[in-house]
Design a protein around this ligand. Structure first.
Ligand SMILES: [Zn+2]
Length: 102
């Protein structure tokens, strides 16, 4: 038996761990942010054909992980040096993409 209150917790669990082929976009305080494999990223540089994103823990713990997004493809560069997200931001929207580890 699964009761109603378990559904949100289950969804949170999967989002925080990361779901293959799915990223989540949410409005940051100024610019949109992305959650990918349980980590969140802010826009770093926007080019005509691609956007680079930096882990939001970059300033806190010099995390080297970055994303490059281009036309439905998300490249993950580098490894995180800290734990996954602990909380889900508000207003996240799921997007199906192809995630490639570089
Ligand atoms: Zn990181």
């Amino acid at each position: 038996m699964v009761n109603n209150t378990e559904y949100p917790n289950l969804a949170f669990f999967y989002i925080l761990r990361g779901i293959p082929g799915t990223i989540y976009v949410y409005p940051g305080s100024k610019y949109p942010k992305i959650i990918c494999e349980g980590h969140d990223y802010g826009i770093h540089i926007k080019y005509a054909s691609r956007t680079t994103w930096r882990c939001t823990s970059y300033s806190k713990c010099k995390c080297p992980a970055k994303l490059v997004t281009k036309q439905g493809i998300v490249e993950i560069h580098g490894e995180h040096n800290h734990e996954n997200l602990m909380q889900i931001p508000k207003n996240i929207k799921a997007q199906k993409v192809t995630i490639v580890r570089m």
